[in-house]
Design a protein around this ligand. Structure first.
Ligand code: DX5
Ligand code: ZN
Length: 221
């Protein structure tokens, strides 16, 4: 897992032409499609669900889709995202009554599993499930919206998460989400992240008329 992966968050894409937006970022070198699911309950915003994930697959997207579930409860939607073609399914421990069961549901469905940590959520939720996660996602903003500023306290938390992963000897990705920009990504990588979500930094970056407008952006990361 030493390679770095860039995961544009389609939360900041133009939803009226989502298929083309996703094609464009992937053609420009993005590795993963980060898919933010918000339910106006666990977080104060409402976005997209499994039907849109399935539509991207039908459109021909073959890259990994990283479904970040900001919903409560989570278990029923886990099944829906498995059926919709998600590759990773991650959820917030506060949003599940039975974290171990939810992780197992994801793996049983053939997807990679992950836990997501809000800025104030302790990493101790990992204590008994390190063997059940394929990804640890640290939020560097409070979830709900794109375009917020990176919370610097997340760097220490990344270092702690990296220590836990290294000590486990397992193949677990360490993803960071929120306020990732070209000018802070190197520092974030040094703190231990290997998978980088970027929403506004990618999709708000350039001229919508230019079909290759994301080329430079992904390369700069
Ligand atoms: C926030 C979402 C993020 C968001 C990041 O709740 O989980 O994925 O899209 O957007 P930026 O990169 O603009 O902070
Ligand atoms: Zn996200």
């Amino acid at each position: 897992t030493s390679d770095y992966l860039i995961a544009p968050s389609i939360l900041s894409a133009d939803f009226a032409r989502l298929g083309e937006e996703v094609d464009d970022v992937l053609a420009s070198g993005a590795d993963i499609v980060h898919f933010d699911v918000m339910d106006n309950h666990y977080v104060p915003n409402l976005t997209i669900g499994p039907m849109v994930c399935e539509a991207l697959r039908r459109h021909g997207v073959t890259a990994p889709i990283d479904a970040h579930l900001m919903v409560k409860p989570v278990d029923r939607l886990i099944g829906d995202f498995i059926d919709a073609g998600a590759s990773y399914v991650t959820f917030h421990p506060e949003a599940s009554e039975h974290i171990d069961r939810s992780l197992q549901l994801i793996r049983d469905g053939g997807c990679k599993s992950g836990l997501v940590f809000n800025p104030a959520t302790p990493l101790s939720f990992l204590d008994h499930v390190m063997d059940k996660v394929d990804m640890i996602l640290l939020m560097s903003v409070n979830p709900g919206f794109g375009g917020q500023s990176f919370l610097p306290g997340t760097l220490d938390k990344l270092r702690e998460a990296r220590r836990r992963i290294d000590a486990s000897g397992r193949d677990i990705r360490l993803e960071i989400d929120g306020g990732v920009k070209i000018d802070n990504i190197a520092e974030i990588a040094r703190a231990g992240a290997d998978t980088f979500v970027a929403g506004s930094a990618v999709f708000k970056a350039s001229n919508p008329e230019d079909p290759h407008r994301y080329d430079g952006v992904i390369d700069d990361f």
